[in-house]
Design a binder for this molecule. Structure first.
Ligand code: ASP
Ligand code: SER
Ligand code: ZN
Length: 514
């Protein structure tokens, strides 16, 4: 309520977001100075299998958040004060209050859901450790206590292990699912055709090359986005408005720093929808586009509701819409859009397909939970500033079974290296989404008349599924989520059993392997 404090809070929030957006790690001096941004450092983790190169990239990125620590301490004090002004015990309780149940019940729900899926995660974790040991040797492939080394999981935060496909693939050769390679080939072809065009008059060869690369990157990014749009349109949903294509940020601008972390925006609650991304040709980025368009189609579907109802049934619903489409990106679907060969039909191919999905979805679940376990603790005072980093790594170990390969003392602020912490975006929504999306997927598969195992279902081109989905999206926040959930799935509860049904073959296989 105090305008001075509000100003201070806003300045801190802006500064932290800015630090993240301009984050870059530099080495060397003078002419030898080189800097790498989040995209370049992520690329090292995705593609290098050199232990030290990955460690260097991982540590490099985690320097960008060190100066945020002081800001975050004050930030937590100020948001707590605001939350108390609004009648909540602290900001964490405020975050837990938007779920049509008490904050305490919501916390207990997340424990219950995690207990349901944890045995599956443990099998995947054990299997990953074995493959890391085989690749790096058992002295380097794991950290004391059977932990997975944070810098070797193909991702800065160990939230998606999809980049480890080369070492995790159960049956090499049983149907290639190398979407990354297919996207890189498309990007190369786009570059070749841009190079073939005449450049600007008077431009040097170097300038022409730069412009061609840039034009090609935009062409590829828009193509990837069109494939995502096609899926939604195939369900009977509208095409994205012209303004979307004109005003979105598809690729990283070259004249300024931006937050590249993907986001979706409903600018005017009346159809001016946009996404902001720095798209590169990779499988992870492709699925992120489908994810972001989920937000956009939700926005468009509830734009006819009164303003207060223009929101997700709860925030986990919002995060789950696009991911429910991603679950339908089966090998058959990927083949239909030309990204993989005709899928092999065999038990081995099933396990490969399941592993591909598990590396993205199952690996994510404990991460989705631990971020706010940390922030709930910071906000309620059980995690004190002088314990920020220790508590962070304690929770990483407890939920994800992940550890750094050396000490991470309180001179670091490793939480700040994950976008949603400086960006102050609550994170429990993503954990809930990873449960919900399997429930939604199952409901849409049923609506489409799918027969056979759940994991085989692809409801693209099915207007029945589309109608059911659109009806749910149009409800927005106009009724308690339990009602919306029941209308779509027949049940009022969030429930991890669809996750377990989906991954049943993989879970059996993992147990045998382990
Ligand atoms: N906006 C997405 C997430 O934070 C982007 C991503 O998947 O990176 O929900
Ligand atoms: N988009 C969210 C993130 O990047 C969840 O996947 O963390
Ligand atoms: Zn999202």
């Amino acid at each position: 309520k105090d305008p001075k404090k509000l100003q201070e809070l806003t300045q801190i929030a802006t500064r932290m977001e800015g630090m993240y957006g301009s984050g870059s790690h530099c080495t060397g001096e003078g002419d030898a100075k080189t800097c790498r941004d989040i995209g370049q450092l992520s690329e090292v983790l995705a593609t290098s299998r050199d232990y030290d190169a990955q460690l260097d990239a991982w540590q490099g990125w985690h320097t960008i958040s060190q100066p945020m620590r002081k800001d975050y301490i004050r930030f937590a004090e100020l948001v707590n004060e605001g939350a108390r002004d609004m009648g909540f015990a602290d900001a964490g309780e405020m975050w837990r209050s938007g779920y049509d149940m008490s904050p305490a019940e919501l916390a207990a729900e997340t424990d219950r859901l995690w207990d349901q899926v944890k045995p599956l995660y443990e099998q995947l974790h054990c299997f990953a450790r074995g493959r890391l040991d085989a690749t790096y040797g058992s002295d380097k492939g794991q950290v004391a206590g059977g932990m997975l080394p944070a810098h070797l999981m193909g991702n800065l935060w160990q939230q998606d292990w999809g980049n480890l496909w080369d070492m995790m693939q159960p049956y090499p050769g049983a149907g290639s699912l190398d979407v990354n390679a297919a996207l890189r080939a498309i990007a190369q072809a786009d570059l070749a055709s841009e190079r073939a065009k005449p450049g600007a008059p008077g431009a040097t060869a170097a300038q022409r090359e730069v412009e061609a690369e840039r034009a090609a990157a935009l062409v590829t990014a828009k193509k990837m986005t069109e494939r995502a749009q096609d899926f939604y349109v195939s369900l009977g949903m509208p095409k994205l408005p012209q303004g979307y294509w004109e005003k979105s940020q598809f690729i990283k601008p070259r004249d300024r720093d931006v937050v590249c972390h993907a986001s979706a925006w409903d600018m005017d609650m009346a159809g001016d929808v946009r996404t902001k991304m720095c798209i590169v040709p990779s499988e992870e980025e492709l699925t992120t586009i489908y994810h972001e368009l989920g937000h956009i189609y939700y926005d468009l579907a509830y734009n006819s509701q009164p303003p207060l109802f223009q929101g997700g049934a709860h925030d986990g619903f919002h995060e789950a819409i696009g991911d429910t489409i991603v679950l339908s990106m089966t090998p058959d679907y990927l083949n239909s859009i030309g990204l993989v060969d005709k899928p092999a039909v065999s038990d081995e191919a099933v396990i490969n397909g399941q592993m591909r999905m598990a590396l993205a979805k199952v690996a994510f679940m404990p991460f989705g939970l631990m971020i706010d376990r940390w922030r709930w603790g910071v906000f309620d005072g059980s995690i004190k500033p002088d314990q920020y980093n220790k508590a962070w790594w304690d929770l990483k170990a407890k939920y994800q079974g992940v550890a750094p390969n050396g000490a991470r003392g309180e001179e670091f602020f490793d939480a700040g290296a994950k976008y949603h912490v400086p960006g102050n975006t609550p994170y429990t929504r993503y954990f809930l989404s990873h449960i919900l999306q399997f429930q939604f997927y199952k409901a849409l598969c049923d609506a489409s008349g799918h027969q056979g195992p759940l994991y085989q279902c692809n409801y693209a081109n099915n207007p029945e599924a589309g109608k059911r989905y659109w009806a749910m999206l149009s409800k927005g926040a106009s009724q308690p989520w339990q009602k919306t959930m029941k209308e779509l799935t027949g049940k009022e509860e969030m429930d991890g059993s669809a996750v377990l049904e989906y991954f049943a073959p993989l879970q059996t296989w993992l147990k045998e392997q382990n």
